[in-house]
Design a protein around this ligand. Sequence first.
Ligand SMILES: Cc1ncc(COP(=O)(O)O)c(C=O)c1O
Length: 401
Amino acid sequence: MTFLSAPVRETLVSLCHEQETPFFVYDLDRLSQHLQLLTKQDIVKLWYAVKANPLSEIIKCLDQAGFDFDVASSGELEQVIAQGVDATRVLNTGPAKSKRQIQHFLKRGVTTFVAESINQVRWLQEAAVDHHVNLRVLLRVQLRWPEGEKNPLGGDTLTPFGLGVEEWQHLNLKDYSHLNFVGLHIFQWGNMLSTDKLASLWQAMVGPLQQLSHRLGMQLDVLDLGGGLGIPYTSDAEHLDWQVLLTALDNIKDAIGVKELWMELGRYAVGECGYYANPVVEQKTNYGVKQLIVSGGVNHLLRPAVTGQAFPCERLRQDDTSFAQFAIHGPLCTALDSLGSHSLPDNTDETDWLVFSQCGAYGFTESMPYFLCHELPAEYVIQQGKVQCVRQAESAQYYLR
Ligand SMILES: Cc1ncc(COP(=O)(O)O)c(C=O)c1O
C-alpha cells in the first residue's frame, strides 16, 4: 500500500533530482478538495488550528475554503493577518495568555477568546475596558470523572488547559461588563480514529457542561469541541467518516441545545496533504539490525519522538527487489532521533530518498531544527499541478550568531 499518488510521486522524483537536503511538499490541490468536503454542511462552524501548520500558502487555502482561524500566540496571529485574514475571524485559545499578549490581540482587533483561567477572564475584562470593546468569551472546561467511575476521556492527567467545573462555578459573570460569555469549550483528546468513541465522549460531556452553564446562569449559545479528529498513520488504521461524524455532532447539538457548535481542526484538516522527502546517508547492519541513517530526523519531524508513532515511510525509487525491516535514524546525537521501524526495499542505499507521508500537520514547526546545526528544510506546494517553493532550504549560517 502506498500513501503517494502517481502525480505526487512524479513531483517528488523531479524535486529530488534538484535537491540535496530534506524538504516538505504540501499538495494544495488535494487539500482544497478535502476542505470542500469539510465545509459543505451547516452543522459545525470550522476554525483552523494554525499550530498544525502555519505556512502562508496553507493558511490561504483554508481561508479560501471558508475556515476561520484559531491562533495560540502573537506569532500565529500576525501570520494569519499577513495572509489578509481579518482579525474578527480569529479565535484565541491557549493556556498562556499574558496581559501583554491580550493587549496585542485587542490592538489588532481580535474579539473572540477562549478563557482558560480566572486571571484570563479578569485580564480580558481589563483590556476590553481599555479598548472600549465587548468581547465574546468561551470558558474552557477540563472534566474529570469521580474516583471509581469509568473515565470516558481515558485518563486523569491534570493539564493546564482550562479549569475544572469546581473552579469555574464560582465565577460571577455579572462582574464582567465587557465580556459576553457565549459558551463553553472542551477538548481533552487527540488523534481519535473511532467515530463511535468520539460520539460517546461528546455524549458523556453533555450532562456536566449543562450543569455548569446552569450554575453560572450562562445561556449556552456556543459549544466548542476543539480538535482531536485523527488521521491514519499506518496503512491498516481506520479513517474517520466525516458524514457519520456530522450526524454525531448534530445529535450533540440537539442534546445540549446550543445554537452553534464549533470545532478547531488541525490534524484532520491538513495532516494528509504533506510529505517529507529525506535523503538516505547510508545503510548499515548493527547487531544484526538493518539501519538506515537519513539526513533529516527529529530536527525536522519531532512527532515520532514525542508520541512513539512513526509517519508512514516508503522509498521513492521503485523496483522489484525484496523488502526488509529497517530502523531509521536521523542525524542528531541522541537515541531519540528515530523515525521508526519500516519495511523498505533491502537494496536501499545512499543514492535513495525516503518519503514520509501524513506530514501536513505537526511537522516542521513542531520540531527542534537548531540542534546540531543542520539545514532547515525547504517547503514546496503543489497548486493547480504546479510546484512552487514557498521557503528555501537554509544552512545553519542563516540562524547562527
Ligand atoms: C485548543 C486547541 N484546539 C484545536 C487543536 C487542534 O487539534 P487537532 O490537531 O487534534 O485537530 C489544538 C491542538 O493542540 C488545541 O490546543
